[in-house]
Ligand binder design. Sequence first.
Ligand SMILES: [Zn+2]
Length: 244
Amino acid sequence: MSAFEPLPEDWQRALCIVAHPDDLEFGAAAAVARWTGQGKDVVYCMVTSGEAGIDGLHPDECRGVREAEQVESARLVGVSTVEFLGLPDGIVEYGVPLRRTLAEVVRRHRPDVVVTGNFRESWGGQSLNQADHIAVGRAVLDAARDAGNRWIFPEQLEGDLEPWGDVRAVWAAGSPEARHAVDTTDTFDAGVASLEAHRAYIDGLGWEHFDPREFLEGMARQTGQGLGVAFAAPFEVYPLGWGD
Ligand SMILES: [Zn+2]
């Protein structure tokens, strides 16, 4: 039984950057609901629209369905801004172009913390992570630092944008290396509703008897035990300051 430390809450703006619609809803959304309930500003940025995520639905049709589900699932946890970067689902590549795109997003939103999904090789044990998650998470970590250096992607700074070097940390939700957690006991239901908003996606998975509440409860209860509360969401902290 691992023990978790609570994540700090002395910040105002979070930018959540993930590969796909639904990535934040498998655990992190209840933490987002807690933060927005405290009056914090949280913005979502989807690198892809998850258009390759439903086997029986062509990406051209799927894109709109999934974007609408994500906007609704964000609304349910108090997030009113959802950006879609439109990169191709399933084949996102880590590299300078992705870092450039994400640095621009960080410079525009000027967040105190950046949240992303687990980008380690696995979810723990033998459950392999997915390629887009790994590419996006690595690029988020780099872009959060690139954003502060005026000599990296300087073409972005020719207009109104300024460098933004005040991201305190990147938090990766659901990492098997998580040592921190957020108490989601009071906002757990909002997190469930947020996942349930991905109805077409969940139906398309074809997982028989998949129950969003039961699924989220299993994970949240286990993490909650390590934090000394009923329910919690785990995060791995990547501090960006020197000497942290
Ligand atoms: Zn995903």
